[in-house]
Design a protein. Structure first.
Length: 62
């Protein structure tokens, strides 16, 4: 719960502290959200694939 609050407040405090334009902040947040989601999906599918091949060692790879 606290992580969500910090994630919501931190960009605005950083913007006022570093004097960043809001448009750049939106670009930065969007880029980081895309990167986090892409990495999360990649790790999720890799984990699923590894678990599947552990259960079915005779399955064809690829």
């Amino acid at each position: 719960m606290w992580i969500v609050v910090v994630a919501a407040v931190a960009p605005w405090s950083a913007m006022s502290f570093l004097d960043i334009h809001p448009a750049w902040l939106i670009v930065l947040l969007t880029g980081s959200a895309v990167a986090i989601s892409v990495l999360g999906v990649r790790f999720y599918y890799r984990h699923r694939m590894l678990r599947y091949f552990r259960k079915h060692p005779d399955a064809p790879a690829g």
